[in-house]
Design a protein around this ligand. Structure first.
Ligand code: ADP
Length: 136
């Protein structure tokens, strides 16, 4: 059983996210913590200047709500984190910051069956300092 589980979720594939959250619940200590993380791709500075003021912050809040709703549907009590950046380094960074002892990550996009593992998943497996469960 694990004390702090990080579940990175690609919100483009929410059904996969649900399955991973359920796994996290099953593997969590009684008093363990589950954290859901979504990483929004960086928006280039020139593009940001065209956005209405406060739009980036609004996106963060909306995305946090979406993660919280996903946790609720899966029957989980979970913290939610949303960050801008590149998925794999942000996932590794947050895992260290939280002192996570397990990361649960999907192997790849659903439907890409030929690939052994997706790019985010393989970078996380290679560089994580804690255990990683690959959800297939
Ligand atoms: P593919 O290369 O087939 O897209 P990835 O390795 O990128 O596969 O994605 C596999 C898993 O990595 C996702 O299901 C999710 O767990 C995690 N992941 C990918 N992108 C993100 C993201 N932007 N934010 C959080 N997690 C992500």
């Amino acid at each position: 059983m694990y004390k702090s589980i990080l579940v990175p979720i690609d919100l483009a594939h929410r059904d996969v996210g649900q399955a991973m959250i359920k796994r996290a619940v099953a593997l969590s200590d009684e008093n363990g913590k589950i954290t859901l993380l979504h990483v929004i791709g960086d928006i280039p500075a020139y593009a940001q200047s065209y956005l209405p003021e406060g739009q980036l912050q609004e996106n963060l809040e909306e995305t946090k709500k979406t993660l919280a709703a996903l946790a609720q549907t899966a029957g989980a009590k979970a913290d939610t984190i949303v960050r801008y950046g590149n998925a794999s380094p942000v996932i590794l960074d947050e895992a260290n910051e939280l002192g996570a002892d397990l990361i649960i990550i999907a192997s790849h996009h659903p439907g890409i069956k030929d690939y052994l593992m997706g790019s985010t998943a393989s970078r996380v497996v290679r560089h994580a300092a804690c255990s990683v469960l690959i959800n297939r």
